[in-house]
Write a protein that binds this ligand. Structure first.
Ligand SMILES: [Zn+2]
Length: 287
């Protein structure tokens, strides 16, 4: 079936990244598939590892994605995803019931390196010399974290125009027409197409450099800070963020009080406090 369409034959093993992906696939060929969602500006493929019991097939099961390396010099997320795919493969084979359940009842997609050009630039310079900005952006200098379509403004405009609130569509907006004329990185476009092709129920984006969980909250009208504009899914997102933070051993002991913007919760520290942080237009989490 579709699984045979795997791109392994022409896989680019420049990075350690892809050789590990390939070895995980070799170890667990029945529950993994490697595919590419497109190419970076410098022509590097954006490889995804899929983990499910019938890879390549959508089977009325929740689709989940993790994206890492959007900022190419933040390598933590990429390492975590590579470790995660190896862990899932090995634990599945050992019969770990939690992992077997995830493999059978969900479809998981892991993109370890959304910005391989940036990663290459940072890697060549080396961690001692790279600084905070080199490799953060795409080769063209685009910050992909601010490169997605601004759907908040579309929604506020719709609210202003719609006199009958019951007719208001607030759960799905097509990408605004003007977005097509904006400067959008090929990597961003690849991720947008990916999200349009697969009905993801949930996804998260891993960064490096700060110990914090943020969740979608920035339905803000004028991008002003300290305006609390929760999404309709506020309580669910908060629960997810708290669950994630409370199982992170480091965040449990981290002195959050050093960061006045972060909220210290009963479960754990380091959830971002909605309304206290400047919202980010066009961030992937406002999708
Ligand atoms: Zn980042």
């Amino acid at each position: 079936g579709l699984r045979n369409k795997s791109v392994l034959l022409d896989i680019n093993t420049v990075h350690n990244n892809y050789s590990l992906m390939k070895s995980v696939h070799d170890e667990c060929p029945n529950i993994t598939r490697i595919y590419s969602i497109g190419k970076s500006y410098k022509d590097l493929k954006l490889y995804v590892m899929e983990i499910s019991d019938n890879p390549g097939k959508h089977e009325l099961e929740p689709e989940f994605r993790y994206v890492a390396g959007m900022h190419g010099n933040e390598v933590l997320g990429r390492e975590l995803l590579l470790n995660l795919m190896q862990y899932m493969c090995r634990e599945y084979k050992r019969g770990n019931q939690r992992i077997v359940h995830l493999v059978k009842e969900t479809r998981i997609h892991l993109l370890p390196s959304m910005n391989p050009d940036g990663y290459e630039m940072a890697f060549k310079k080396g961690s001692e010399l790279v600084g905070w900005a080199l490799g953060r952006y795409s080769y063209e200098g685009i910050d992909m974290n601010h490169n997605f379509a601004d759907l908040n403004s579309v929604m506020w405009t719709a609210i202003e125009l719609e006199t009958d609130q019951s007719k208001l569509i607030n759960h799905y907006f097509p990408i605004p027409e003007q977005y097509t004329s904006e400067e959008v990185a090929p990597e961003t476009r690849a991720v947008i197409n990916w999200m349009q092709n697969i009905p993801f129920a949930l996804g998260a984006n891993l960064h490096g450099g700060e110990l914090v969980v943020t969740y979608p909250y920035d339905m803000t009208r004028d991008w002003a800070p300290r305006e609390h504009t929760p999404t309709p899914d506020e309580s669910f997102f908060r629960w997810l963020a708290a669950a994630y933070a409370s199982t992170n051993q480091v965040s449990l002991t981290f002195p959050c009080s050093n960061f006045p913007l972060w909220e210290v919760t009963e479960e754990s520290c380091c959830l971002i406090k909605p309304g206290d942080v400047q919202p980010r237009p066009k961030a992937i989490n406002s999708e």
